[in-house]
Design a protein around this ligand. Structure first.
Ligand code: ADP
Ligand code: MG
Ligand code: MG
Length: 251
């Protein structure tokens, strides 16, 4: 079954069309990589799926589990299982990471008709997952992402994913700003979440990340469209040839 169907999506930002008829289908359990040069619209696509304000959808549709995603509020999308790990995770000073996680998790569980976690249950779960991601307890007491390094911010996103158990994870340039060790740890955390019920869309410029998170399908995006799709070998091909042939063809 298709978990996510993006059909002929057209999106404008401040009167300028950024996505010009983008089509993408992600089956349940699949990992798709979206590659493409800077400015091709990758983050725009992820923001529109998550429901970030400021984007005007002028055409096309997005179905999630067969339902009209664009008709839902961002909170409803999250409750239904859409999770976006931002390219630039936001800092929330004054809100301890631990409290943020508990509030967000319980809000989602409530929206899904599941019971709230008790404090001991929650603490046990967070400590277990944080431990596996190499996140120190002390970090969880700090404001969300405040003073976190690039690698810590990305690991914090993976921690949220592991707690929320979304059915669609979108990872926007998870590899940006990560050194090799941080990349490996974050990727292992992501791979541990792969399951036949969960799909992932991994956005990246570089083939390197896909050595760690091996995709089922690779798409090339250029100038607001998917211009080529293939298997994981397409990523290797791109690494050798670059994006120029696609950006020229898309122009
Ligand atoms: P990518 O993630 O592939 O690098 P983006 O989706 O960030 O690409 O950007 C696609 C295009 O949309 C770029 O030309 C960018 O300048 C433009 N864009 C994105 N967000 C905004 C915005 N808030 N205001 C104006 N232009 C934007
Ligand atoms: Mg970019
Ligand atoms: Mg981007």
């Amino acid at each position: 079954m298709a978990l996510l169907e993006v059909k002929n999506l057209q999106v404008r930002v401040e009167e300028r069309e950024i996505l010009h008829g983008l089509t993408l289908t992600v089956e349940e359990g699949q990992v798709h990589a979206i590659m493409g040069p800077n400015g091709s619209g990758k983050s725009t696509l992820s923001h529109v799926i998550a429901g970030k304000p400021g984007y005007e959808v002028t055409g096309g549709e997005i179905l999630f589990k067969g339902e009209d995603l664009l008709a839902m509020e961002p909170e409803e999308r999250a409750a239904k299982g859409v999770f976006l790990a931002f390219q630039y995770p936001v800092e929330i000073p004054g809100v301890a990471t631990m409290n943020f996680l508990r509030t967000a998790l319980n809000a989602q569980r409530k929206a899904r008709g599941e019971g709230e976690f008790s404090t001991p249950e929650f603490l046990k779960k967070v400590r277990e997952v944080a431990g596996s991601l190499g996140i120190p307890q002390e970090m969880l007491k700090r404001g969300v992402n405040v003073g976190f390094s690039g690698g810590e911010k990305k690991r914090n996103e993976v921690l949220q994913m592991a707690l929320f158990q979304p059915s669609l994870c979108i990872l926007d340039e998870m590899d940006s700003g990560l050194d090799i060790d941080a990349l490996r740890i974050a990727s292992e955390g992501v791979n541990a979440l792969r399951s036949p019920q969960r799909s992932m869309v991994v956005i990246t410029h570089y083939q390197r990340l896909l050595n760690y998170i091996v995709p089922d399908v690779v798409h090339v995006m250029a100038k607001g469209r998917v211009v080529k799709s293939g298997g994981k070998e397409l990523a290797l091909e791109l690494e050798a040839t670059g994006y120029a042939q696609y950006t020229e063809a898309a122009a």
